[in-house]
Design a protein around this ligand. Structure first.
Ligand SMILES: *Cc1c(COP(=O)(O)O)cnc(C)c1O
Length: 225
C-alpha cells in the first residue's frame, strides 16, 4: 500500500530539521516543493490538503492539468526544461521558473510576460552532457545579458546533482552552486538579487540542505513514483 503524503511529509520534515540542526540553520529557511510530475491530480490534491502549498511540475501538459484541477493557495514552480514554443501556454500560471538556461528562452519570456517573472538560472555544475543548464564558466556573462530582459528577475540558481552513490561528488556540486549563488548575489545587480539556491531531491536533499539549499524539490519519497 502507498503511504499517505501526510505520513511521508512527517518523515521528510524530521530529516529537514535534522539536516538544519547539523548545519546550524533555521528549518524555516528551507522551502519544500512537492514534485507531482509522476502522480495524479488526486494525489496532488492530497499533498495540498496535507499542507504543502508549493508544487513543482516539469512538463507543460502535467503542469497545466494540475493548475486547472488542484485547488488551494498554491505557488506553482516549473522545474523542467522549457521549450520556447511552450512558453505562451505555461507562463501565465508560473510563479517561479527553475530552469532558465538560455537567452532564447529569456527572449520568449520577455515577449510573453505581463509581469515580472521570478527565475532560477539552471547551472550545469556537474558538466554532464545529459544535463541542461548554463556552464559555470558562462554564468557571469549570462547574468549580464539577462539585463536586456527587464521582465526577468533572477532570484537564485538551480542545479541537479549527478545520480551517484558517491556523496562526495554530490556535495561538491551543491557547494559549487552555493558558491556561484553568493558570487552573483555579491555583484548587487538590481534584477539579480540571487539570494536562493534550488537544489536537492529525494536522494540527496539532506546534503543539499547542509550545503545551503533554500528550495528543495522532492517527488518520489514524498508523493510517490
Ligand atoms: C523529478 C524531479 C525532481 C524530484 O525528483 P525525486 O527524485 O522524485 O525526488 C526534482 N527536480 C527536478 C528538476 C525533477 O525533474
Amino acid at each position: 500500500m502507498t503511504s499517505s503524503v501526510k505520513h511521508n511529509l512527517e518523515s521528510i520534515q524530521t530529516k529537514i530539521e535534522q539536516a538544519c540542526l547539523k548545519s546550524n540553520r533555521d528549518a524555516q529557511s528551507v522551502q519544500l516543493i512537492a514534485v507531482t510530475k509522476a502522480v495524479s491530480v488526486e494525489r496532488t490534491q492530497e499533498s495540498v490538503d496535507a499542507g504543502i502549498l508549493h508544487l513543482g511540475e516539469n512538463r507543460p501538459e502535467g503542469f497545466l492539468e494540475k493548475v486547472s484541477n488542484v485547488k488551494g493557495e498554491i505557488t506553482w514552480h516549473y522545474i523542467g526544461s522549457l521549450q520556447t514554443r511552450k512558453v505562451k501556454d505555461v507562463l501565465p500560471s508560473i510563479d517561479v521558473l527553475h530552469s532558465l538556461d538560455r537567452l532564447s528562452l529569456a527572449n520568449e519570456i520577455q515577449k510573453r510576460a505581463t509581469t515580472t517573472i521570478d527565475c532560477f538560472v539552471q547551472v550545469n555544475v556537474s558538466g554532464e552532457a545529459s544535463k541542461h543548464g548554463v556552464a559555470p564558466d558562462a554564468l557571469h556573462s549570462f547574468i549580464k545579458e539577462i539585463g536586456n530582459y527587464p521582465s526577468i528577475r533572477i532570484i537564485g540558481l538551480m542545479t541537479m546533482a549527478p545520480l551517484t552513490e558517491d556523496t562526495a561528488i554530490v556535495r561538491d556540486v551543491f557547494q559549487k552552486l552555493k558558491q556561484l549563488q553568493v558570487e552573483i548575489h555579491d555583484l548587487a545587480i538590481s534584477y539579480a538579487p540571487c539570494t536562493e539556491t534550488s537544489m536537492g531531491m529525494s536522494g540527496d536533499f539532506e546534503i543539499a540542505i547542509e550545503e545551503g539549499a533554500t528550495y528543495i524539490r522532492i517527488g518520489t519519497s514524498l508523493v510517490g513514483e
